[in-house]
Design a protein around this ligand. Sequence first.
Ligand code: 4G1
Length: 229
Amino acid sequence: MFRGPLSESLLKKAQEKDLLSLNVVDLRDFTSDKHKTADDSPYGGGAGMVMKVDVIANAISKVKSQKSKVLFMCPTGKLLTQEKSKQLAEEKHLVILCGHYEGIDERVRGLVDEEISIGDYVLTGGELPAMVLVDALARHIPGVVKEEASVQNDSFFNGLLDHPSYAKPEEFGGQKVPDVLLSGHHAEIEKWRRKEVLKLTFYRRPDLLARAALSDEDKKMLGEIIQNG
Ligand code: 4G1
């Protein structure tokens, strides 16, 4: 579940360039019995198994150092945001704990610095959420994304959605590329894009717009958008 995302694309290149180093740790290597038992049935009975706190404590203590921050991917965590991914990219060393299939002993919470969730849906494990977190934070490490402007201009850099983009052909299925984009008029293009950003965010994600820092020019454009329906 880790090899795929980590050995492709930007994350692969980031590791090759030593901008980022990742180690996958198998909890079974931190068990103490010959069967390598990492889970057990819950006290009080019931279905499912519980990941053992002693195994996890052993693993964390061996993997972490003074400079580590220990994260736990779990549904009870705080929702991952762009802001949080940026913060975590500043950390020297992260240890990311993931559950799999089952619950985890409640006392594990005391072993971690922060609990993080990527959203409200049931998953089979925290592995993919961990990869989502790594992907989001890697983009903030200088050199990982080729063009710095690409990180800065990204949707969500300013908390809004992205403007629409077009490439050849000029017409597809009766849909034409907006004239302004073919005009070569840079200032007009920027103005059009900003208006599209505001329009799209207003209609699709008004919650984002409510929290965004808007300029006077933005507010004027929004007024026009709302007036024109
Ligand atoms: C109750 C979702 C349980 C799931 C409520 C987002 C989900 C880790 C995440 C579950 C997980 C909801 C995440 C659920 C996750 C133990 C192993 C927990 C998998 C597990 C909404 C199963 N972001 N889920 N429980 O999915 O780890 O980080």
